[in-house]
Design a protein around this ligand. Structure first.
Ligand code: ZN
Length: 61
């Protein structure tokens, strides 16, 4: 099973070493996540500045 990593900047969860959204390095040290299905309607996504759908970590070290 592949390792899920989270972007240190925007929290996007990916298997890549660099975030496909913002290009920042990703970390294996993260906790909790939020699934954004419709970022235009999600208040949480707006609060976190998320402009796309996907899985986002709540806390990244
Ligand atoms: Zn990112």
């Amino acid at each position: 099973m592949s390792v899920q990593k989270a972007c240190k900047k925007c929290g996007y969860i990916t298997e890549e070493d660099a975030c496909p959204l913002c290009g920042s390095p990703t970390s294996r040290e993260w906790q909790g996540y939020l699934v954004v299905i419709d970022h235009n309607k999600s208040k949480i996504a707006q609060l976190m500045g998320i402009g796309t759908n996907g899985k986002f970590a709540l806390r990244v070290r």
